[in-house]
Design a protein around this ligand. Structure first.
Ligand SMILES: *Cc1c(COP(=O)(O)O)cnc(C)c1O
Length: 379
């Protein structure tokens, strides 16, 4: 049996019963289950607001868009971000004609606070932080830097559903936290996401912007007898970004099992750690930051001759991944390759090993045996 990187698990009967409820009621769109999931998410995370969206990509865009206009940022102003991420993170900045300033990553594969501070200029407005693989990295130091320099802070928590830092869900210090419930994330639906603003006014604006700019309050006020539902106001040009009840129904089931599932992911990670112990000359697992209970969306190792190892694993029907290619290499950013040396080096040497709920101890054993058989010494 081939061993895949990610295979999502769904409690099929429970998901179908949520979906059946939507179909029988005749309500598959915005509202109903989306509201139930937003309430459940606030309760679970302790974050004050949550709005359910069609993806994390649109959530990141909304965060940048709303903060830019609320705080009067100009085109060309700078947002500091990581080069080791999925392109969504940095596209969100580019959508709003802002400049992506890449800072380097640390041993946790997250933004290095020291380099972030070096990259701050008079034009810097915000920091976008990615908790890579569910790791918190040096999040608390980033929060301090944002405070000290009066910068807005966005947490791209696409890998962080259920991650805790010192026993708490991190992100309460951020202006916005964005989660992904995409098909292969650690809380998979099919495609959806959540945006959690700290400020109630930003949350309210997000709710309008993600439905074409329509102000539902106007018709809520005038639709007492149902006659004027069409007579809403449109305050600004918005987008079609909101989530739907089918996705939210699946999300409600997934949320119920999130802590249990993440705990099994940590068990898989512990099995990997044990197998690689004593082989630090060849395999360096990326450490989890102190105080972090990671969602373990990823299990990443650093190795020499990564691409050769990847091929050897593929020959044995084991299919790992790479998270991520150094974004400074993408032509669209027009960046010098030497901008972030750690990210550059890591992007050539990291490998994400299979991590999902269908794996057992025997699978981890098989993967680690093949890795240790073929991996070259780190010089
Ligand atoms: C997957 C991912 C996103 C985008 O999530 P979608 O829900 O697919 O839009 C953003 N940032 C990171 C770090 C991701 O891994």
């Amino acid at each position: 049996m081939p061993i895949q990187l990610f295979v999502p698990t769904f409690r099929v009967d429970e998901c179908l019963s949520e979906i059946r409820e939507c179909l029988e009621k005749g309500w598959t769109g915005l509202g109903f289950k989306t509201v139930a999931l937003e309430e459940a998410w606030c309760k679970y995370t302790g974050l004050p607001h949550a709005h359910f969206l069609s993806s994390a990509t649109v959530g990141l865009h909304l965060a940048i868009r709303i903060l830019k206009s609320e705080y009067g940022w100009q085109d060309g102003d700078e947002v500091i971000s990581t080069p080791l991420t999925f392109v969504s993170t940095n596209h969100a900045i580019a959508y709003e004609n802002l400049h992506v300033t890449f800072a380097d990553v640390d041993e946790y594969l997250c933004l290095d606070p020291k380099d972030v501070e070096r990259k701050i200029t008079a034009k810097t407005r915000a920091i976008v932080y990615v908790g890579l693989g569910g790791n918190t990295g040096r999040w608390s130091e980033i929060v301090e830097i944002a405070r000290k320099h009066n910068l807005k802070l966005i947490l791209d928590a696409a890998h962080m559903a259920g991650t805790r830092l010192n026993g708490e869900i991190p992100g309460k210090e951020a202006d916005a936290v964005v989660y992904s419930f995409q098909a292969v994330k650690n809380l998979p639906t099919a495609d959806s996401g959540m945006i959690c603003f700290r400020d109630a006014a930003h949350d309210e604006r997000a709710r309008k912007l993600c439905w074409l700019g329509i102000n539902k309050d106007t018709y809520a006020r005038t639709s007492g007898k149902g006659a004027y539902k069409w007579k809403y106001d449109v305050e600004e040009v918005g987008y079609k970004y909101h989530g739907n009840s089918i996705m939210a129904g699946i999300g409600l089931v997934q949320l119920k099992y999130l802590d249990q599932d993440n705990s099994y992911r940590r068990q898989l990670a512990a099995w990997y750690d044990t197998a690689f112990k004593g082989h630090e000359d060849r395999v360096l697992p990326v450490p989890v930051a102190p105080g972090c209970e990671s969602s373990r969306h990823l299990y990443v190792i650093e190795v020499a001759a990564r691409d050769e190892l990847l091929m050897a694993l593929n020959d044995c029907e084991i299919y790992p991944g790479v998270h991520y290619r150094d974004n400074t290499e993408y032509r669209m950013y027009g960046y010098d390759a030497a901008t972030c040396p750690n990210a550059r080096r890591l992007s050539e040497s990291i490998l994400s090993l299979p991590m999902h709920l269908r794996l057992g101890h025997a699978d981890v054993k098989q993967v680690t045996e093949v890795v240790l058989k073929y991996v070259k010494p780190i010089n």
